[in-house]
Ligand binder design. Structure first.
Ligand code: N01
Length: 544
């Protein structure tokens, strides 16, 4: 308990210094930092039965990371990164979950968490200057600081298909897939061809008796280029790990790529093809982020990449009509988050895998035996898989029913889109921190590094408050207004607004305000801004 005198002169005491939600990458590092490095009293909650976060909930077949595992991992413990061995270049979900379990043991974080416990309300107690956190067990706990490590893609989109409750078979959600399901030899229907759908389709196509893919918007998928870890490469990486981490943190996306060429349009067609071929063959996000610097900002440059991908699709898919249907034409490449794939397009060369266009002929209803389209066509299957995405970035925070100063709810504050300062704090919500929150680089910055940076910022901010005897820290309305304006302005320099259904823009959820949810200035610029804020006595924050 932390007794102290509040601004109003009352002595208040909170049960804990910090309450943190989520036991994924953020919660594990958060507990380690706040509890073990800073000596704070920390209580964590997670709705899951154990650690893992995203990698706990997404056990669908084919789930795999799409940033190289040597980079998509904690950087804070040099010994950990030397000792840990990734078996593949891009680890699959079970291996990442093993890694997070190892970390949970290594830093002994489980004892600070209450698992199987969902936070249902978070309210600021003005008098006591602390947060009251209520769980689905009906308990309320208090803490001076509240830290959300609830993630960005953790609230699956609510199914919007009438009749779904009458489906006789199993309905499985990729984003809430907690155990193995035997899909071999079954007839399966899957809705959605985002990153989750594409990974699941590629894997399930190989084992299903029949697979029906219901596609509304085709995607631009490029090869991940996975392979078993090469021991020589691993040794070389480990020998210069610190340097690699530094290079990652200095890169827009948080990966140590350094081959990006300035402009697709400045290159001759031959040079351009050479670059695209090279990045295509190297795999990972090299094609997207390490080919040409103007792909996300110039439509003509973007067209060259989109044409190249469409050509590849035509080469890989035997049936021309299917290839056509799989080729996106009505939005620029990269304005929806680009998926990485293994054998995805080849799945459609199997006679047992059927692509069904539900854009021209929308889904009308789920029936007891399958699915009916608007023109009356029916499809029958045993299992329905929803790979329909998430209420991204804002969803996880709003789901906790947060109420700030003066009884103002976050839902009301954000009715027209998120309002944050640095994508980490909100005016009117003192001592509240959202790790990888909306309007931070989050999903466009290698997540473990983005998380470490935010946890470190929060730790430093708490230390600063303690050092200066401040009870409360809060973003000013003015700093927040400027941040929101800057985030929105940066988006206007990109092609993102041209995509009709991208979750980057909140456009995948009916009724959600269409606002960019990510800071698009890149991780290095963002980190420089945060450093500057800290060096200037937390400019943009008010203390009491
Ligand atoms: O979700 P999505 P996701 N009727 O929103 C379709 C990360 N991730 O779970 O585009 C018919 O991308 C929807 O169609 P449309 C990654 O950041 C990473 O796949 O709205 N279709 C779309 O095809 C990713 O971006 C990995 O027309 C409907 C799909 O469902 C993010 O998570 C792996 C529909 C949803 O795609 C989300 O990916 C997996 C409807 N009513 C995920 N509603 C890695 O590789 C939705 N759809 C690390």
């Amino acid at each position: 308990a932390t007794g102290r005198t509040t601004a109003s002169g009352r002595t208040a005491s909170a049960d804990h210094d910090v309450i943190i939600v989520g036991a994924g990458f953020a919660g594990i590092y958060g507990v380690h930092t706040f509890r073990d490095q800073m000596g704070l009293d920390v209580l964590g909650f997670d709705a899951a039965d154990d650690v893992g976060g995203t990698w706990y909930w997404n056990r669908y077949p084919g789930a795999r990371v799409d940033i190289e595992s040597v980079h998509y991992s904690y950087s804070f413990d040099p010994q950990l990164q030397q000792e840990w061995h990734w078996t593949e270049k891009f680890a699959a979900q079970p291996e990442i979950l093993r890694y997070l379990n190892h970390c949970a043991d290594r830093y002994d974080v489980r004892r600070s968490f209450r698992f199987g416990t969902r936070v249902v309300a978070v309210s600021w107690d003005e008098e006591a200057s602390h947060w009251r956190v209520t769980t689905d067990k009906g308990e309320t706990h208090t803490a001076r600081w509240f830290v959300s490590g609830a993630g960005t893609l953790s609230v699956p989109k609510t199914p919007e298909f009438p009749g779904i409750e009458n489906f006789a078979g199993e309905v499985l959600l990729t984003g809430n897939w907690r155990e193995d399901h035997d899909l071999a030899g079954k007839r399966i229907g899957i809705i959605g061809v985002g990153s989750s759908g594409i990974q699941a389709i590629s894997t399930i196509s190989k084992l299903a008796e029949e697979l029906f893919v219901f596609q509304r918007t085709p995607n631009y998928a490029t090869p991940i280029g996975n392979h078993p870890t090469d021991p020589v490469e691993e040794a070389a990486d480990k020998a210069r790990y610190a340097e690699l981490r530094q290079a990652s943190r200095n890169h827009f996306l948080g990966v140590p790529y350094a081959d990006v060429q300035p402009s697709a349009l400045a290159a001759s067609p031959e040079e351009r093809r050479e670059v695209f071929d090279d990045r295509w063959n190297k795999g990972g996000f090299r094609f997207f982020i390490d080919s040409f610097g103007d792909i996300l900002s110039n439509k003509e440059a973007n067209d060259t990449a989109a044409d190249y991908i469409r050509e590849k699709i035509r080469q890989r898919v035997v049936d021309p009509a299917t290839a056509e249907l799989l080729s996106p034409t009505d939005y620029p490449y990269g304005t929806k988050r680009p998926p990485l794939e293994i054998d995805y397009y080849e799945a459609y060369n199997r006679p047992s895998t059927h692509l069904v266009d539900v854009k021209s002929n929308p889904i009308a209803a789920v029936t007891p035996t399958g699915l009916r389209l608007s023109d009356g066509t029916e499809y029958a299957f045993d299992v329905l898989i929803l790979a329909t995405g998430f209420d991204a970035c804002t969803g996880p925070l709003l789901a906790m029913n947060v109420t700030g100063r003066g009884g103002v709810t976050l839902a009301d504050e954000w009715a027209d889109g998120p309002q944050t300062y640095l994508g980490l704090t909100m005016a009117g919500f003192p001592n509240f921190f959202a790790v990888t929150g909306p309007q931070s680089p989050s999903v466009l910055y290698n997540m473990p590094l983005a998380i470490e940076d935010h946890i470190d910022f929060i730790g430093d901010a708490i230390a600063y408050m303690k050092e200066h005897g401040h009870a409360v820290m809060e973003a000013t309305a003015q700093a927040q207004e400027q941040w929101v304006a800057e985030t929105n302005a940066l988006c206007e320099f990109t092609l993102l607004p041209e995509s009709a259904s991208s979750w980057y823009m909140g456009a995948n959820i009916p009724g959600k305000p269409r606002r960019v949810l990510v800071y698009l200035g890149g991780a290095p610029r963002y980190r420089a801004i945060c450093d500057n804020v800290q060096r200037n006595d937390y400019r943009g924050f008010a203390f009491a």
